[in-house]
Design a protein around this ligand. Structure first.
Ligand SMILES: NC(=O)c1ccc[n+]([C@@H]2O[C@H](COP(=O)([O-])OP(=O)(O)OC[C@H]3O[C@@H](n4cnc5c(N)ncnc54)[C@H](O)[C@@H]3O)[C@@H](O)[C@H]2O)c1
Length: 270
């Protein structure tokens, strides 16, 4: 059911790779709620993924951009404002990648060049998005910018390795830039900390199935799905959350404040 929450609003959605991507589900939901947007991904992901399929379904233009490249991002923001016919109201940063995780490196054997790449792609790119949008004056007042995080920013998970540092940095950027952007242009900046979700990025982490099941048992409502996350992002883009900024918002079915749950006790008692 649609509520026209985003009627007349314009934005950019980063990170739709395939139909499992959180950004993919978000694009469909934002469209349903009346928003218009451009879609973007790294040039290499556009060749491997199915973004054009999504673009067709949403009537959206695709603009390639490597989120680590200031030149690409500058072009993306200016072109999006042109294509959509005015300044933007929302941006979704749904980007994560660790070469160390992809290549199976353990935390005690990190390749530091790759570590820096993880931080650049998964965290610093968020600062670049914010800074470039501000310099180009591309956002409307009360606009909303959201990035996706994970609870490994606060707690240790053995296989999340350098992505844990990337997420801590991402959340910190949301606070620092949120303060600046709110004061100067009334733009909101938040991160949403999502449950484990079966996507390409999620499934790339070794042991993913185990911590997916563990989180599901530890969450009174169960794991939040990608569709639920898309719904929450949509609300965060709407005028109903105008005064929410500089937050890391837990979207995890209650996982982060559970000590232990009855289903987990029963599972461990067996
Ligand atoms: N899947 C989970 O369990 C989970 C849980 C919490 C948070 N998240 C976060 O959600 C976000 C979206 O991930 P997802 O789970 O939908 O997986 P996904 O693999 O579908 O999306 C990740 C996206 O990042 C893009 N990307 C990688 N490098 C890029 C670059 N240099 N420039 C531009 N884009 C680039 C990929 O092409 C891909 O589209 C990520 O930030 C991820 O860390 C995921």
């Amino acid at each position: 059911m649609a509520y026209n929450l985003l009627n007349g609003k314009r934005g950019i959605i980063f990170g739709a790779l395939d139909e499992n991507s959180i950004a993919w589900k978000t694009a469909l939901k934002v469209k349903e709620e009346g928003g218009s947007f451009t879609l973007t991904n790294a040039p290499i992901a556009m060749r491997m993924g199915k973004i054009n399929e999504l673009a067709k379904a949403c009537g959206a233009e695709v603009i390639a951009a490597d989120a680590t490249s200031e030149a690409d991002l500058t072009q993306l923001f200016s072109k999006s404002v042109d294509v959509l016919g005015g300044k933007l109201d929302f941006v979704l940063h749904s980007i994560g990648m660790s070469p160390n995780i992809r290549k199976g490196k353990e935390y005690g054997d990190m390749n530091y060049e790759w570590f820096l790449k993880t931080l650049d792609i998964s965290a610093l790119s968020f600062h670049k998005v914010l800074q470039i949008s501000e310099k180009l004056d591309a956002m409307n007042e009360w606009g909303s910018i959201v990035a996706l995080s994970y609870i490994a920013a606060q707690r240790a998970y053995p296989d999340y390795t350098d992505m844990a540092q990337a997420k801590a940095m991402l959340e910190s950027i949301a606070r620092s830039y949120g303060q600046r952007y709110g004061t100067q242009k009334k733009v909101r900046v938040n991160t949403i900390s999502q449950s484990p979700t079966k996507t390409t990025a999620g499934a790339g982490i070794s042991g993913f199935d185990v911590f997916f099941d563990f989180a599901d048992l530890m969450s009174p409502l169960g794991n939040a799905s990608a569709e639920d996350c898309a719904n929450y992002i949509t609300v965060m883009f709407s005028d109903y959350t105008r005064m929410v900024t500089m937050q890391n918002l837990m979207h995890d079915g209650g996982f982060s404040t559970s000590g232990i749950t009855q289903p987990l006790i029963e599972r461990l008692s067996k």
